[in-house]
Design a binder for this molecule. Structure first.
Ligand code: AMP
Ligand code: TRP
Length: 345
């Protein structure tokens, strides 16, 4: 079984996607589909590591799928599906629960953040979450994983799991006819662009996040033009005008964030943004920012809404994607079972 370049990534269906999801990850997904075989997943099994209202979850799965398509991912060219429709994820996730070590998971900062102070009450799923993420990627033996900066540690764990599996089962892998003993590739993170970590509009030191109680902290891909304008206008800033050099953004997290967002939306560097807008007051810069944001996000929101009017069509896209995903994962899972020593029918 040769390892071929393949892209895998996913987002959790826990409410509407936001600008951080879009600029941190999705713009790279859209680029990669031009050159690579890509699999993009709606990771519903990850979402239920914290309790989700069943009706809301169903709606979010469709909404994220609609956003994928509206943002420019072609469901014919790529494989778009939801995780729970392909059993390979849960199966390989269990095998990786037996490969990963407690000590590795204990170091995961996202678990610590999400579990908060009352760790005893966190679900076992939330703790084992990174093992399932490794399974998502490796069930397709994917080689490239475009994500935001916050997923870097999880990607490192996926690499450790791939390596430990290859080591633990080396003899068996070779006996299965894979002469170099390398069954799983080392998946590489793709974390690039001027906005790999988009910060909250209310606090430049906090990540923009779906779970922030304040809706003013984020721009949702489903926001209409007026809402985008209001949120940008209300975004926290300091009192100085914009600097003319990127060095002048140091120690000014809110200014740095807004400049980074502008750069990413306009496909230019931060330096260029400051060449064009350096010396301006925020009130003026924010007007330009609203313009680029609405031009970019408006059509995505409108198209998402149009797609959401026909949920049956979204479900068809997901079912078709799942079938194609299963076809790729099936031979990998058969080999995994043979390597581990499980008897299959
Ligand atoms: P999630 O919403 O946690 O499922 O994240 C989906 C993708 O968006 C992942 O690749 C994250 O790294 C990325 N992402 C989430 N929030 C941000 C953010 N504030 N800035 C940049 N990327 C983000
Ligand atoms: N953990 C990722 C996040 O919250 C989502 C995710 C699940 C993922 N499985 C993945 C991302 C596999 C990339 C590859 O952002």
């Amino acid at each position: 079984m040769q390892i071929t370049p393949r892209v895998f990534s996913g987002m959790q269906p826990t409410g509407s996607l936001h600008l951080g999801n879009y600029l941190g990850a999705m713009v790279n997904w859209i680029e990669l589909q031009k050159t690579h075989a890509c699999i993009y997943c709606v990771v519903d099994l990850h979402a239920i590591t914290v309790w989700q209202d069943p009706d809301e979850l169903r709606r979010s799965i469709r909404q994220v799928t609609a956003a994928y398509i509206a943002a420019g991912l072609d469901p014919r060219k790529n494989v778009l599906f939801n995780q729970s429709q392909v059993s390979a994820h849960a199966e390989l996730g269990w095998i990786f629960n037996c490969v990963a070590r407690l000590g590795w998971l204990n170091r995961m900062t996202q678990f610590k953040e999400k579990a908060g102070k009352d760790r005893e009450q966190a679900s076992v799923g939330l703790y084992a979450y990174p093992n399932l993420m490794a399974a998502d990627i490796l069930a397709y033996r994917a080689t490239h994983v475009p994500v935001g900066e916050d997923q870097k540690q999880h990607l490192e764990l996926a690499r450790d799991i791939a390596q430990k599996f290859n080591n633990d089962f080396k003899g068996s892998i070779v006996a299965q006819g894979i002469a170099d003993g390398v069954f799983f590739p080392q998946p590489e993170p793709v974390i690039t662009g001027p906005a790999t970590r988009v910060m909250s509009l209310r606090d430049g030191t906090k990540k923009m996040s779906k779970s922030d109680p304040s809706d003013l902290s984020r721009i949702n891909l489903s926001d209409d033009a007026d809402t985008v304008a209001r949120k940008v206008q209300k975004a926290k800033t300091d009192t100085e005008p914009l600097p003319s050099e990127t060095a002048g953004l140091e120690g000014r997290p809110e200014a740095d964030n807004l400049v980074g967002i502008y750069a990413a939306l306009a496909h230019i560097g931060k330096q260029q943004v400051l060449r064009d807008h350096g010396g301006q007051q925020f009130s003026q810069f924010k007007r330009s920012l609203v313009e680029v944001a609405v031009a970019k996000l408006g059509p995505i929101a409108a198209e998402s809404e149009r797609l959401m009017a026909d949920p049956a069509e979204i479900d068809r896209v997901l079912a078709d994607g799942a079938e194609r995903a299963r076809a790729i994962a099936r031979p990998v899972m058969e080999k995994v079972k043979d390597i581990v020593g499980l008897i299959r029918s």
